[in-house]
Design a protein around this ligand. Sequence first.
Ligand code: ADP
Ligand code: ADP
Length: 226
Amino acid sequence: EMLLEARDVVLSFGRTQALRGAELRVAAGEILAIMGPSGSGKSTLLHCLAGILVPESGEIHFDGRRIDNLGETGRSALRRDRFGFVFQFGQLVPELSAEENVALPLLLNGVRRTKALAEARPWFDRLGLDGLEERRSGELSGGQAQRVALARGLVARPRVLFADEPTGALDTLTGEQVMDLMVSSAREQGTTVVLVTHEPRVAAYADREVIVRDGRVHALTAEAVA
Ligand code: ADP
Ligand code: ADP
Protein backbone atom coordinates (compact mmCIF):
# COMPACT_ATOMS: atom_id res chain seq x y z
CA GLU A 1 0.00 0.00 0.00
CA MET A 2 1.43 3.36 -1.10
CA LEU A 3 1.35 6.20 1.41
CA LEU A 4 2.25 8.97 -1.01
CA GLU A 5 2.02 9.22 -4.79
CA ALA A 6 2.72 11.74 -7.53
CA ARG A 7 0.86 10.91 -10.76
CA ASP A 8 1.96 12.61 -13.97
CA VAL A 9 2.69 15.88 -12.20
CA VAL A 10 3.37 18.96 -14.32
CA LEU A 11 4.31 22.33 -12.83
CA SER A 12 5.82 25.44 -14.42
CA PHE A 13 7.19 28.70 -13.11
CA GLY A 14 6.55 31.07 -15.97
CA ARG A 15 8.37 29.53 -18.92
CA THR A 16 10.37 27.12 -16.77
CA GLN A 17 8.82 23.66 -16.74
CA ALA A 18 10.07 22.43 -13.35
CA LEU A 19 8.09 19.15 -13.45
CA ARG A 20 7.11 17.46 -16.74
CA GLY A 21 5.16 14.37 -15.84
CA ALA A 22 6.75 13.33 -12.54
CA GLU A 23 5.70 9.91 -11.23
CA LEU A 24 6.63 8.72 -7.73
CA ARG A 25 5.29 6.18 -5.26
CA VAL A 26 6.42 6.12 -1.64
CA ALA A 27 5.53 3.18 0.61
CA ALA A 28 4.55 3.62 4.26
CA GLY A 29 7.64 3.48 6.46
CA GLU A 30 10.00 3.92 3.55
CA ILE A 31 12.99 6.27 3.65
CA LEU A 32 13.32 7.65 0.14
CA ALA A 33 16.08 9.88 -1.25
CA ILE A 34 15.37 12.13 -4.22
CA MET A 35 18.65 12.86 -5.99
CA GLY A 36 19.48 14.83 -9.10
CA PRO A 37 21.35 17.88 -10.36
CA SER A 38 20.63 21.42 -9.24
CA GLY A 39 17.55 22.85 -10.94
CA SER A 40 16.20 19.42 -11.99
CA GLY A 41 12.96 19.80 -10.01
CA LYS A 42 13.70 17.99 -6.73
CA SER A 43 12.47 20.73 -4.39
CA THR A 44 9.44 21.41 -6.57
CA LEU A 45 8.51 17.73 -6.43
CA LEU A 46 8.92 17.69 -2.64
CA HIS A 47 6.77 20.82 -2.35
CA CYS A 48 4.04 19.17 -4.48
CA LEU A 49 4.11 15.96 -2.43
CA ALA A 50 3.89 18.03 0.77
CA GLY A 51 0.91 20.09 -0.38
CA ILE A 52 2.92 23.33 -0.45
CA LEU A 53 2.69 23.73 -4.22
CA VAL A 54 -0.25 22.66 -6.38
CA PRO A 55 0.50 20.94 -9.72
CA GLU A 56 -1.03 22.46 -12.85
CA SER A 57 -1.90 18.96 -13.96
CA GLY A 58 -1.54 15.49 -12.48
CA GLU A 59 -2.48 14.30 -9.01
CA ILE A 60 -0.99 13.90 -5.54
CA HIS A 61 -2.39 11.16 -3.31
CA PHE A 62 -1.71 10.73 0.40
CA ASP A 63 -3.00 7.87 2.54
CA GLY A 64 -5.64 6.84 0.02
CA ARG A 65 -6.99 10.27 -0.83
CA ARG A 66 -6.28 12.90 -3.39
CA ILE A 67 -4.78 16.01 -1.78
CA ASP A 68 -3.82 18.32 -4.67
CA ASN A 69 -7.45 19.37 -5.12
CA LEU A 70 -7.91 20.38 -1.49
CA GLY A 71 -8.06 24.12 -0.92
CA GLU A 72 -5.28 26.02 0.85
CA THR A 73 -7.06 25.47 4.19
CA GLY A 74 -7.26 21.72 3.70
CA ARG A 75 -3.66 21.41 2.57
CA SER A 76 -2.48 23.60 5.40
CA ALA A 77 -4.35 21.44 7.93
CA LEU A 78 -2.87 18.32 6.36
CA ARG A 79 0.65 19.74 6.60
CA ARG A 80 0.10 20.68 10.22
CA ASP A 81 -1.47 17.37 11.27
CA ARG A 82 0.36 14.76 9.22
CA PHE A 83 3.63 16.18 7.89
CA GLY A 84 6.90 17.34 9.43
CA PHE A 85 9.56 19.45 7.73
CA VAL A 86 13.31 19.97 7.91
CA PHE A 87 15.03 22.42 5.57
CA GLN A 88 18.61 23.16 4.62
CA PHE A 89 18.90 26.05 7.04
CA GLY A 90 17.08 24.95 10.21
CA GLN A 91 14.80 27.99 10.11
CA LEU A 92 14.38 28.04 13.86
CA VAL A 93 12.43 30.97 15.26
CA PRO A 94 15.25 33.14 16.67
CA GLU A 95 13.12 34.68 19.43
CA LEU A 96 12.21 31.28 20.90
CA SER A 97 14.33 28.94 23.01
CA ALA A 98 15.41 25.60 21.54
CA GLU A 99 12.73 23.74 23.52
CA GLU A 100 10.03 26.22 22.45
CA ASN A 101 11.13 25.70 18.84
CA VAL A 102 10.78 21.93 19.24
CA ALA A 103 7.38 22.34 20.91
CA LEU A 104 6.11 24.67 18.18
CA PRO A 105 4.29 22.09 15.98
CA LEU A 106 2.45 20.81 19.08
CA LEU A 107 1.50 24.35 20.13
CA LEU A 108 0.21 24.99 16.60
CA ASN A 109 -1.82 21.78 16.93
CA GLY A 110 -3.50 23.20 20.03
CA VAL A 111 -1.53 21.23 22.62
CA ARG A 112 -1.20 23.22 25.85
CA ARG A 113 2.17 24.82 26.60
CA THR A 114 3.09 22.66 29.61
CA LYS A 115 2.27 19.44 27.78
CA ALA A 116 3.99 20.59 24.57
CA LEU A 117 7.20 21.44 26.44
CA ALA A 118 7.03 18.12 28.30
CA GLU A 119 6.83 16.29 24.96
CA ALA A 120 9.66 18.39 23.50
CA ARG A 121 12.09 17.71 26.36
CA PRO A 122 12.94 13.98 25.75
CA TRP A 123 14.13 14.94 22.26
CA PHE A 124 17.06 16.84 23.78
CA ASP A 125 18.41 13.66 25.35
CA ARG A 126 17.54 11.54 22.30
CA LEU A 127 19.40 13.85 19.90
CA GLY A 128 22.39 14.63 22.12
CA LEU A 129 21.22 18.15 22.93
CA ASP A 130 21.14 17.91 26.74
CA GLY A 131 21.57 21.29 28.44
CA LEU A 132 20.73 23.32 25.32
CA GLU A 133 16.97 23.59 26.02
CA GLU A 134 17.07 27.32 26.90
CA ARG A 135 19.41 28.45 24.11
CA ARG A 136 18.31 30.72 21.30
CA SER A 137 19.18 29.58 17.78
CA GLY A 138 21.99 32.17 17.57
CA GLU A 139 23.68 30.38 20.49
CA LEU A 140 23.72 26.97 18.80
CA SER A 141 26.26 25.48 16.38
CA GLY A 142 25.04 24.59 12.89
CA GLY A 143 24.81 20.91 13.79
CA GLN A 144 23.00 21.61 17.07
CA ALA A 145 20.51 23.92 15.32
CA GLN A 146 19.82 21.26 12.69
CA ARG A 147 19.24 18.62 15.38
CA VAL A 148 16.76 21.01 17.06
CA ALA A 149 15.09 21.43 13.65
CA LEU A 150 14.98 17.63 13.30
CA ALA A 151 13.33 17.29 16.73
CA ARG A 152 10.79 19.93 15.69
CA GLY A 153 10.12 18.01 12.47
CA LEU A 154 9.42 14.78 14.34
CA VAL A 155 7.89 15.88 17.67
CA ALA A 156 4.28 15.71 16.48
CA ARG A 157 4.86 12.16 15.16
CA PRO A 158 4.11 13.03 11.53
CA ARG A 159 3.23 10.33 9.01
CA VAL A 160 5.78 11.85 6.62
CA LEU A 161 8.93 13.87 7.30
CA PHE A 162 9.95 16.03 4.33
CA ALA A 163 13.64 16.94 4.42
CA ASP A 164 15.01 19.31 1.75
CA GLU A 165 18.83 19.26 1.71
CA PRO A 166 18.87 18.81 5.51
CA THR A 167 22.67 18.46 5.59
CA GLY A 168 23.39 21.05 2.91
CA ALA A 169 24.75 23.62 5.37
CA LEU A 170 26.73 21.12 7.50
CA ASP A 171 30.20 19.61 7.27
CA THR A 172 30.42 15.90 6.38
CA LEU A 173 30.70 14.49 9.90
CA THR A 174 27.95 16.71 11.32
CA GLY A 175 25.74 15.87 8.36
CA GLU A 176 26.22 12.16 8.98
CA GLN A 177 25.27 12.58 12.65
CA VAL A 178 22.08 14.39 11.62
CA MET A 179 21.26 11.65 9.07
CA ASP A 180 21.91 8.87 11.62
CA LEU A 181 19.53 10.55 14.05
CA MET A 182 16.93 11.27 11.37
CA VAL A 183 16.85 7.69 10.14
CA SER A 184 16.85 6.04 13.58
CA SER A 185 14.19 8.39 15.00
CA ALA A 186 11.97 8.07 11.93
CA ARG A 187 12.19 4.26 12.00
CA GLU A 188 11.49 4.20 15.73
CA GLN A 189 8.19 6.04 15.31
CA GLY A 190 7.30 4.67 11.89
CA THR A 191 7.61 8.01 10.11
CA THR A 192 8.07 7.85 6.33
CA VAL A 193 10.89 10.10 5.08
CA VAL A 194 11.13 11.93 1.76
CA LEU A 195 14.62 13.38 1.55
CA VAL A 196 15.97 15.69 -1.15
CA THR A 197 19.74 15.73 -1.48
CA HIS A 198 22.40 16.03 -4.16
CA GLU A 199 24.96 14.23 -1.96
CA PRO A 200 25.32 10.46 -2.63
CA ARG A 201 26.77 10.03 0.86
CA VAL A 202 23.54 11.39 2.35
CA ALA A 203 21.27 9.46 -0.04
CA ALA A 204 23.02 6.27 1.10
CA TYR A 205 21.03 6.49 4.35
CA ALA A 206 17.79 5.90 2.43
CA ASP A 207 16.12 2.56 1.64
CA ARG A 208 15.75 3.64 -1.97
CA GLU A 209 16.98 6.41 -4.26
CA VAL A 210 15.36 7.99 -7.29
CA ILE A 211 16.85 10.59 -9.62
CA VAL A 212 15.07 13.65 -10.94
CA ARG A 213 16.25 14.88 -14.33
CA ASP A 214 14.54 17.60 -16.33
CA GLY A 215 11.38 17.34 -14.27
CA ARG A 216 10.93 13.57 -14.47
CA VAL A 217 11.67 10.84 -11.93
CA HIS A 218 13.95 7.93 -12.83
CA ALA A 219 14.78 4.76 -10.92
CA LEU A 220 18.41 4.59 -9.82
CA THR A 221 20.07 2.66 -12.63
CA ALA A 222 23.49 2.87 -14.29
CA GLU A 223 21.80 4.61 -17.22
CA ALA A 224 20.23 7.28 -15.01
CA VAL A 225 23.55 8.00 -13.29
CA ALA A 226 25.48 8.30 -16.57
P1 ADP B 1 16.20 21.48 -7.52
O1 ADP B 1 15.54 21.33 -6.19
O2 ADP B 1 16.42 20.19 -8.21
O3 ADP B 1 17.45 22.30 -7.45
P2 ADP B 1 13.93 23.17 -8.11
O4 ADP B 1 12.76 22.29 -7.95
O5 ADP B 1 14.28 24.10 -6.98
O6 ADP B 1 15.20 22.26 -8.47
O7 ADP B 1 13.78 24.04 -9.42
C1 ADP B 1 13.42 23.46 -10.69
C2 ADP B 1 13.38 24.57 -11.72
O8 ADP B 1 12.33 25.47 -11.42
C3 ADP B 1 14.64 25.43 -11.75
O9 ADP B 1 14.85 25.83 -13.07
C4 ADP B 1 14.30 26.59 -10.83
O10 ADP B 1 15.06 27.73 -11.15
C5 ADP B 1 12.83 26.77 -11.14
N1 ADP B 1 12.09 27.31 -9.99
C6 ADP B 1 11.90 26.70 -8.80
N2 ADP B 1 11.15 27.45 -7.98
C7 ADP B 1 10.86 28.57 -8.67
C8 ADP B 1 10.12 29.75 -8.39
N3 ADP B 1 9.51 29.91 -7.21
N4 ADP B 1 10.01 30.69 -9.36
C9 ADP B 1 10.62 30.53 -10.54
N5 ADP B 1 11.34 29.45 -10.89
C10 ADP B 1 11.46 28.48 -9.96
P1 ADP C 1 16.53 24.37 -3.17
O1 ADP C 1 16.69 23.72 -4.52
O2 ADP C 1 17.41 23.76 -2.11
O3 ADP C 1 15.10 24.54 -2.74
P2 ADP C 1 16.78 26.90 -4.39
O4 ADP C 1 17.80 27.98 -4.17
O5 ADP C 1 16.67 26.24 -5.72
O6 ADP C 1 17.12 25.83 -3.27
O7 ADP C 1 15.35 27.41 -3.99
C1 ADP C 1 15.11 28.12 -2.79
C2 ADP C 1 13.73 28.74 -2.88
O8 ADP C 1 13.68 29.64 -3.98
C3 ADP C 1 12.64 27.69 -3.13
O9 ADP C 1 11.49 28.06 -2.40
C4 ADP C 1 12.38 27.77 -4.62
O10 ADP C 1 11.03 27.45 -4.92
C5 ADP C 1 12.69 29.23 -4.91
N1 ADP C 1 13.30 29.40 -6.24
C6 ADP C 1 14.15 28.56 -6.85
N2 ADP C 1 14.48 29.00 -8.07
C7 ADP C 1 13.83 30.20 -8.22
C8 ADP C 1 13.76 31.16 -9.26
N3 ADP C 1 14.40 30.98 -10.42
N4 ADP C 1 13.01 32.26 -9.07
C9 ADP C 1 12.35 32.43 -7.92
N5 ADP C 1 12.36 31.55 -6.90
C10 ADP C 1 13.09 30.45 -7.05
